[in-house]
Each structure stands twice: as structure tokens, then as C-alpha cells.
Design a protein around this ligand. Structure first.
Ligand code: PLP
Length: 381
């Protein structure tokens, strides 16, 4: 099996299993209980909080609030900011993950004013447009750090400076597909809120974090007990939290990402050399993308069919299109980047990870040209 779908999810690290098993077994107490088992569970939660804080350069572990996933963190950031500030304007971008995009579309229908900042064909954000949208009524600006489909990075330090110079708005960053792949140091940034999700960096599914900078006020997600400083009540999922803590330690050293990057670069270069009419989506500069991601459009082919042919060979990738009842629709992200339809429908996302080998890349480069060639000759006989 060759797994090249690490932006969708990652294989949990062995250390993560060990930490989770311990939390479900000997340390199964409730962290709110004053007995020894509860104290043991509380210790696990505290240690995990420190590990996550270390991974993203938070100034204090108290800034880490555990949630159930990246989607919850994203939703909470926006909804919590609107409620706490009483303002009615949100600025976001046209290439966000559905967790932000669909929420903002829904809020727009409910009367919240949403400004959608566009990107160019390279995937770069129009920072002047963002600056001009800021106003006294802006509750929050939300942009991603790394795009999950293309891997394109947004300059969050520069964006943060623009937000803070032009408004009192909070600045939220969706870091779900970036954390664990590139350095993130929040102490040195103007980021107020940052979402992350364990299953994107070798942790378990069902556990995320919203980083809430000390002093930043947002309304709680739920109403209940005093867990997570009352911001996200509910008995802590200690085993999940132990899992995210172990995953944070596992990816803390980013040195292995250099190997991942070299593999990605080789895969991309050889695909472009060996397959005609194949195009990298967005910027060709690999340094402006996540080190593991390559979104390639094979013009005049069908990405779903490429995916299935690779799948038969136990090579797992993703497409840039979504299935619906009427067929396939092009990815909203690629549409927002004005990628022509003839290319978007043939988009494949290769997302590598720490467990990939050179032989994985060699195998893909060996089989892919024939697959694309055959599919093109079927659809354009
Ligand atoms: N934001 C981004 C950029 C993502 O890539 C994802 C997941 O693909 C999410 C948010 C949602 O995260 P989760 O799957 O933990 O809900």
C-alpha cells in the first residue's frame, strides 16, 4: 500500500497508541475527581496541553483549549468572536475549507456581513482587498495558513499585521493542515485564535484544539461545567487528549519533513517531465507550498478515474473534485483560483507524509503515465 493522502488524514504514530491505551486503562479516572485516579488523569491532560503548546509556540499552556476536531475549532472561533464582540462583519477568503466557507455562507444568509477576499491564479491572497475590507464592525478575520487542497501558504504574519494596524478585529488562523508540517510560532505572531486537529499530524481522529491567546475573549462553544476554563465544557476525552499530546511530541522535530519535501519535489518533477499537459495548481514555487503537497491537474482527463485506477494498485490519493448526485463538480478552491474546467476535472492531490519511502515515488512515476495516457485515449479517441 502506498499512502499519499496525508492531507486527508495521517496514520497514528505508535507512541499515540501507547498513550491512548494508558489513558483508557490504568488512568481512566475523571480529571475533575479529587481521588488518585482523577489526579492521574488530570496529569495526562496537563502534560498533553504542554506538548501542544510547545508544538505551536504558545506562550502558555492555558492558551490551549481542547475541542472535538478542526471543524469545531473553526466554527467556534467565528461564532464565539461574533457573540463576544457583538459585531456583525467577518472577513475570510474564497479558498477556505468547508468548515469556514460553509459556515460563513450560512451566516451570510442569516444577516452577518461576510467579505470574501479573493486569490489570484497563483493562489496568492489579495492583501490590499483584505486591508480595504477592515472596519469598526469587523469581529474577526479568518484565513488559513496552508490550503488543504493545494498546499499553498498564506503569509499569516503579514496578514496579522494588516489586521491589527487597520482594526480591532480578532485574527483567526485555520492551521489544521499546516501544524506538524511547517514551523508555527505563535509567540511571534498577531494570531489570536488558531485551529488544529490531531488526525492531520499522526494523532487520533475526534480531537482538536482552539488556541486562544491570553486576554482574547470569545464566547464559549457550549454551556456546562468548568472544564477547559468553562470555554469548552464537557468531561475531557482523556484518551484523545493523551493521543494529541503524544502526536505533538512525535511531530515536534520537523527534520523528517526535509525528506518528505525531497520526495514530493522528485514526484512532482518526474510527473511533469513524463506526462504531457500536466500542471501544478497555483504557484510553481515549491517553497510557497507545504513541503508535502502537490496538486497536479492532468488536462482533459477525469481525476476520479485516475484515482480509481491508482486505487486498484493500492496507491491512495485524492481528487480535486467532489462527487454529487449529478456527477462531479470541480473543487471550489480550484474554481476560486480560476483554474480552467478542462484542468480542474483532472486534478489529483498527492500529499506525502513521514512514513513514505523513495520506492513509493518510484512506483507512482512508473505507473501514472500509462494510466493518464489510456484514460485520455478513451475520452478523446
Ligand atoms: N480545516 C482544514 C484546512 C482542513 O484541511 C480540515 C480537514 O480536512 C479541517 C479544517 C477540518 O478538520 P477536522 O477533520 O478535524 O474536522
Amino acid at each position: 500500500m502506498i499512502y499519499l493522502d496525508n492531507n486527508a488524514t495521517t496514520k497514528p504514530a505508535p507512541e499515540v497508541f501507547d498513550a491512548m491505551r494508558a489513558a483508557l486503562d490504568a488512568s481512566f479516572g475523571n480529571p475533575s475527581s479529587a481521588n488518585s485516579l482523577g489526579i492521574e488523569a488530570r496529569k495526562m491532560v496537563d502534560e498533553a496541553r504542554l506538548s501542544v503548546a510547545g508544538l505551536i509556540g504558545a506562550a502558555s499552556a492555558s492558551e490551549i483549549v481542547f475541542t472535538s476536531c478542526g471543524t469545531e475549532s473553526d466554527n467556534w472561533a467565528i461564532l464565539g468572536a461574533l457573540e463576544a464582540t457583538g459585531k456583525n462583519h467577518v472577513i475570510t477568503t474564497t479558498v477556505e475549507h468547508d468548515a469556514i466557507r460553509k459556515l460563513c455562507q450560512k451566516l451570510g444568509k442569516q444577516g452577518v456581513r461576510i467579505s470574501w477576499v479573493e486569490v489570484d491564479e497563483e493562489g496568492s491572497l489579495d492583501l490590499d482587498a483584505l486591508r480595504s475590507e477592515l472596519c469598526d464592525d469587523t469581529a474577526i478575520v479568518s484565513t488559513m495558513l496552508a490550503n488543504n487542497e493545494t498546499g499553498i501558504l498564506f503569509p499569516i504574519n503579514e496578514i496579522g499585521e494588516i489586521v491589527k494596524a487597520g482594526s480591532n478585529a480578532l485574527f483567526h488562523v485555520d492551521g489544521v493542515n499546516a501544524v506538524g508540517k511547517i514551523p508555527v510560532d505563535l509567540k511571534k505572531s498577531s494570531v489570536d485564535l488558531l485551529s488544529l486537529s490531531a488526525h492531520k499530524f499522526h494523532g487520533p481522529k475526534g480531537i482538536g484544539v482552539l488556541y486562544v491567546r491570553d486576554g482574547v475573549e470569545i464566547a464559549p462553544m457550549f454551556t456546562g461545567g468548568s472544564q477547559e476554563r468553562g470555554l469548552r465544557p464537557g468531561t475531557e476525552a482523556v484518551h484523545q487528549i493523551a493521543g494529541i499530546g503524544a502526536a505533538a511530541e512525535f511531530v515536534r522535530d520537523l527534520t523528517p519533513m526535509q525528506t518528505v519535501e525531497a520526495l514530493r519535489d522528485r514526484l512532482e518533477t518526474e510527473i511533469l517531465q513524463n506526462i504531457p499537459n500536466a500542471y501544478v495548481t497555483g504557484t510553481a514555487d515549491p517553497a510557497k507550498r507545504l513541503p508535502n503537497t502537490s496538486n497536479i491537474c492532468f488536462e482533459n482527463t477525469n481525476g476520479e478515474m485516475i484515482l480509481h485506477r491508482l486505487n486498484e494498485l493500492e496507491i491512495y490519493v485524492s481528487t480535486g473534485s467532489a462527487c454529487n448526485a449529478h456527477g462531479h463538480t470541480a473543487s471550489a478552491v480550484l474554481q476560486a483560483m480560476n483554474v480552467p474546467y478542462s484542468r480542474t476535472m483532472g486534478a489529483i492531490r498527492f500529499s506525502l507524509g513521514r512514513f513514505n519511502q523513495v520506492s513509493d515515488v518510484e512506483r507512482v512515476v512508473e505507473v501514472l503515465p500509462t494510466i493518464v495516457d489510456e484514460l485520455r485515449s478513451i475520452s478523446n479517441p
